[in-house]
Ligand binder design. Structure first.
Ligand SMILES: Cc1cc2nc3c(=O)[nH]c(=O)nc-3n(C[C@H](O)[C@H](O)[C@H](O)COP(=O)(O)OP(=O)(O)OC[C@H]3O[C@@H](n4cnc5c(N)ncnc54)[C@H](O)[C@@H]3O)c2cc1C
Length: 323
């Protein structure tokens, strides 16, 4: 970025910051500086900053909670925009939620209102925008299950509203992963539920997560997607390479990446300060001073071992930024 571009941004946005360390904004606690960084606490800030970046030809990137991104050690040579407009409106059974709303707060607020459909998401860190982007899910539920419409800006900055059917939601996948958009807000259809039962489910989920996930360390959650097999022929092929696939995975037609990593004997494996958690095979944790390079080398090692042992190519779930 040229000094002229930087001063043009600083002139228009007094709260823009230069060389902001991204390790302060990612759950992995990794990432070099963003050349320019702005918190968009109103949609208008995002609209103006993105319009200016477009006009000046400056690379820009939006993120929410930073819980599913790995930012390069060199940082990002452009404008990082953190989406932080967080309004949640509940009207009868419809929730209108801004992209920067914290997902766990949405889960709690909807449960508190006696509305069911998003309580499962209480343990998913980050924002609703990030959750829609990756169709986040757990415990058999996904964002798409209650999603109705998504309001976005398209590549040219034009507002567009997509009904669910056009969002191409799939397993940790959506239209937004393939065609650049900024998600502004979304509506969800919830169902009436028993407030006390919903609140109990939330507490149960939090307890389960603490037991099963290494939440004491920085991580990006699951590093790899589970392996979904296409058909019986593929399953037969897999059975040659992977012995004793658990019955629940066969029933779901999906082999857990964490289980494969565990079978491959990689639990606890370390490169630098990056470690494959010994509590959950699909979590790579930052023990303190891990670099993005350490994480990438460790993910490559896991991918190669699983490929060599089981003939399965693991796919990244985490998004790479600045590489
Ligand atoms: C401890 C832990 C547990 C986790 N458990 C789960 C789980 O159970 N299930 C699950 O699915 N995930 C899980 N994750 C991953 C992560 O929390 C989710 O993917 C989450 O929804 C990401 O939201 P975010 O706001 O942090 O996204 P970010 O990390 O900020 O961004 C992720 C991607 O979304 C894009 N994005 C974010 N906001 C917008 C927007 N407004 N418009 C357009 N693009 C946007 C970014 O550009 C980026 O490519 C876990 C992560 C951690 C650290």
């Amino acid at each position: 970025m040229t000094p002229e571009t930087i001063s043009a941004f600083k002139k228009q946005f007094p709260n823009i910051v230069e060389n902001e360390p991204m390790n302060k904004h990612t759950n992995l606690r990794i990432g070099g500086p963003a050349r320019l960084f702005i918190v968009a606490d109103e949609p208008s800030v995002l609209l103006d900053a993105a319009a200016m970046a477009r006009k000046l030809g400056t690379p820009w990137y939006v993120f929410g909670g930073g819980s599913n991104i790995l930012v390069s050690d060199q940082g990002y040579d452009g404008l990082m925009i953190q989406i932080a407009f967080r309004n949640i409106k509940l009207r009868q059974q419809t929730a209108t939620i801004e992209a920067g709303a914290i997902t766990s707060a949405v889960a709690r607020q909807t449960a508190e209102a006696g509305l069911s459909g998003l309580e499962w998401a209480v343990g998913v860190p980050g924002t609703i925008g990030g959750a829609i982007y990756g169709n986040s899910g757990c415990y058999g539920s996904e964002i798409k299950d209650s999603l109705v419409t998504v309001d976005c800006l398209d590549k040219e900055g034009k507002p567009v509203v997509y009904p669910l059917a056009q969002c191409k939601m799939g397993y940790r996948d959506s239209l937004f992963k393939h065609v650049p958009h900024v998600i502004l807000r979304a509506t969800f259809k919830l169902t009436p539920g028993d407030q006390e039962a919903l609140k109990k489910r939330i507490e149960d989920i939090i307890r389960m997560r603490k037991e099963k996930q290494p939440l004491e360390f920085g991580s990006a959650g699951c590093m790899f997607k589970n392996f979904v097999f296409k058909d019986e022929a593929e399953l037969e092929r897999l059975k040659q390479d992977v012995k004793e696939i658990p019955a629940d995975m066969l029933a779901k037609k999906s082999i857990s990446a964490g289980w494969l990593i565990q079978q491959a004997g990689l639990m606890g494996e370390k490169i630098g300060d990056a470690q494959i958690s010994d509590k959950h095979g699909n979590f790579i944790v930052n023990l303190g001073k891990a670099t993005a390079q350490d994480i990438l080398m460790l993910t490559s090692k896991a991918k190669m071992k699983v490929r060599d042992d089981y003939n399965i190519m693991l796919e990244d779930e985490v998004q790479l930024v600045g590489f």
